[in-house]
Design a protein around this ligand. Structure first.
Ligand code: CDP
Length: 214
């Protein structure tokens, strides 16, 4: 079983996907982390995230420990991630790993939950259950700002908002695997829903799909 969860930046995919994976005892892959780790590697080398050769080299050299770098969550890395993510060869390098994990989840788990931008459209178009999460950009900026503020009290709301808008525009406009809702995905607008309400709605859909809703 593969559950795909896509949506724009800070739409609540990560929190939701982690929770769904725990409830179902499925593997979880935050695919954004692969792009963030690639972008962070390029920045650490003093490289330009728009430079295809440098970015592809960084993606090819990714190690599991690179995904544990605790500085991956900031908006500077998010910006670099969305730049390297627009390079087709970078996406190609990272595609196999994502598909492999989805098809053969570790620890003999019976399924996987993947979140990202192109899970339902490109990585796992065959996924039987797909969700597409959205929220207004101001609501998403509020959420991301609160998260960032916990780590960095000097975070600036306008900057977070601008960076989300810039990233959404780039992610939606790129030629390869742009952010868009997959056919047959279940669209959930989370503007007026808290994390519990989104989780409950998603689990209800999953139970219905699996025939375990009685
Ligand atoms: O956490 P947030 O929603 O802000 O972003 P993320 O999921 O960590 O993704 C960071 C960036 O990686 C995005 O802005 C995309 O450009 C890119 N990404 C992608 O292109 N495809 C994916 N499947 C996941 C992320």
């Amino acid at each position: 079983m593969i559950i795909a969860i896509d949506g724009p930046a800070a739409s609540g995919k990560g929190t939701l996907a982690r929770r769904v994976a725990a409830a179902m005892d499925y593997a979880y892959l935050d695919t954004g982390l692969l792009y963030r780790a690639t972008g962070a590697k390029v920045l650490a080398m003093g490289g330009d995230p728009d430079d295809a050769a440098v970015a592809v080299d960084a993606a090819e050299k990714l190690q599991p420990k690179d995904l544990e770098n605790e500085n991956l969550r900031g908006e500077e890395v998010g910006n670099a991630a969305s730049r390297v993510a627009a390079i087709p060869q970078v996406r190609a390098v990272l595609l196999d790993f994502q598909r492999q994990l989805a098809k053969t989840p570790p620890e003999n788990k019976h399924g996987a939950v993947l979140d990202g931008r192109d899970i339902g459209t490109v990585v796992c178009p065959e996924a039987p259950i797909k969700f597409y999460l959205t929220a207004s950009v101001t609501e998403r900026a509020n959420r991301r700002f609160k998260q960032l503020q916990e780590k960095n009290p000097a975070a600036i709301y306008e900057r977070v908002l601008n960076e989300l808008e810039e990233r959404d525009a780039r992610d939606s406009a790129r030629d390869v695997a742009p952010l868009k809702m997959a056919d047959h995905a279940i669209h959930i607008d989370t503007d007026r829903l808290n994390a519990d309400a989104v989780y409950n709605a998603v689990m209800a859909h999953i139970r219905t799909h699996m025939g375990t809703d009685d």
